[in-house]
Design a protein around this ligand. Structure first.
Ligand SMILES: [Zn+2]
Length: 167
């Protein structure tokens, strides 16, 4: 049984530019009570440089097939394939690649849930090397951020805090 991954408070924080964090927070606040999702792209110099919003199609999927998709967009996300392919090709024209996938949790913590893990570890997940950023919305505010990526040695996801600042 897979468990959720929490941010390890004694782990070193990941530095992400305030401008990028502001864009992520704005997206999460605009889409609440639904979860937001999207991509962060960057290059060797600036790993987390550009934010690409993607539509969360989980409510549409839930409405058309509730057996397969028991949750709607308030408790899950399904990143629009059209949107992420477009974002990926736009990024590539600027010499950037997908470095992180982000999404929000509404009235829940900034952990990497069992569903998030299943999605990220799925054989068909398009960005297996990307990190994951989770924004926790509490009381209509961004209360916490978590950063999750695979440990190079073990392949297991670990959680780190996020700090605002140029990397
Ligand atoms: Zn999640």
């Amino acid at each position: 049984m897979k468990r959720r991954i929490e941010v390890s408070s004694d782990a070193e924080g990941v530095r992400i530019a305030r401008r990028v964090l502001n864009e992520l927070c704005a997206h999460a606040l605009e889409t609440q009570p639904e979860e937001c999702c999207g991509l962060v792209t960057g290059n060797a110099l600036h790993r987390f440089r550009s934010v690409h919003r993607c539509r969360n199609e989980m409510t549409l999927r839930h409405q058309s097939d509730p057996m397969t998709y028991p949750r709607d967009g308030r408790a899950a996300f399904y990143m629009s394939e059209i949107d992420y392919l477009k974002a990926q090709s736009e990024a590539e024209t600027r010499g950037e690649w997908v470095t992180a996938v982000y999404h929000s949790h509404v009235d829940a913590g900034a952990y990497f849930s069992t569903m998030d893990r299943a999605y990220a570890e799925h054989a068909l997940f398009p960005f297996p090397d990307a990190a994951h950023i989770v924004l926790a919305i509490w009381d209509h505010k961004v209360a916490a951020l978590g950063f999750f990526e695979r440990d190079a040695a073990t392949g297991a996801f670990t959680g780190r805090p996020v700090e605002a600042g140029e990397p």
